[in-house]
Design a protein around this ligand. Sequence first.
Ligand code: ADP
Ligand code: MG
Length: 330
Amino acid sequence: MAPHAMVPPNYFDVVRHIDDGKSSSVYHCRDVRESDPSAADVAIKFIPRGPETIDERVLREVLIVRKLQHKHIVRFREAHLNSRHLCLVFDYVPGGNLEQFVDSRGGTLPEHLARYFFQQLVLGMDFLHRVPPYGIMNRDLKLRNILVDDPTSEFPILSICDFGFGKERDPCVPTVSAVGTPFYFAPEILYRSSWEMRYDGKMTDIHGMGVILYKMLYGEFPEFNETGGETLEEKLLQLKVNTTKLDKSPPSLRALMLGLLEPVPSQRWSVDKVFKNEWFCLDLEEGSAALRQYNDAMLAQYNQWEDSRREVQSVERLKMMVNNARAEAL
Ligand SMILES: Nc1ncnc2c1ncn2[C@@H]1O[C@H](COP(=O)(O)OP(=O)(O)O)[C@@H](O)[C@H]1O
Ligand SMILES: [Mg+2]
């Protein structure tokens, strides 16, 4: 979409087009109301109005991003509705996404950098999975949905973006729809015999984290053997990840990769287990306990933070805006 086709909401100037996603276009814009120039940069996700593009997932995305506050999750500021688009305004992250970063480094990252990124991803995901009341699953973890602040830095900071397939883990509402990106699909989704079979999105997120780590280290997606078996359980039990690359890696990294990519969801590693893994903890001066404590503190303050945000757009206001956006462009 050409930049001139994009009418930013009032108070915003378009700087440049950043990227197109599944169903949106993202632009770097500036908030002209900001007196602090360093806070004026935003990324606006323009989602075309209309019943086809504005579905229940968009509503979920908006309500989820409103709930999140974490150093490794992109910060949502506000939403606007104009004549053609629902506009979601986020903090601008200038360094591109992690797919572009890995490509610019020749397709793989050195072990210490992959670990440093993976630690940040795990921290953000641990928080997401524990957000009150039920935790949130991402269901579309991939390199393109992770942003890099400064690619020239020795230690870039990552933030997870795109909660377009996100969902609260409400135990009363089973999760059945297969969403995400095929290379990142967990085996229990890939080999389901029926579209109605439930799965645990937290466990599919863990698989996604494994795929991301594998891709950063080895430049490829993990491969699984062909599987026989009749039922999903039999198929998953027979499934094995190809270990050719892993066999050349340190044993604790090999164990971590196999734990994350474990085909049987109930045997897949939990985040707790990842935090205890030797390879994961390398370079962490205070060990992973400090990471855990950071998230515990963020979650302990969570309810207070929610209360202090009464002045930001309310859930009711956002719901109404998304509902109005279902009407075709004016
Ligand atoms: N806050 C942001 N700052 C900078 N770039 C962003 C930001 N949010 C998204 N992007 C870029 O736009 C792309 C699409 O955004 P995303 O939220 O993933 O949309 P979609 O749901 O359409 O995939 C991302 O892959 C990333 O490259
Ligand atoms: Mg995306």
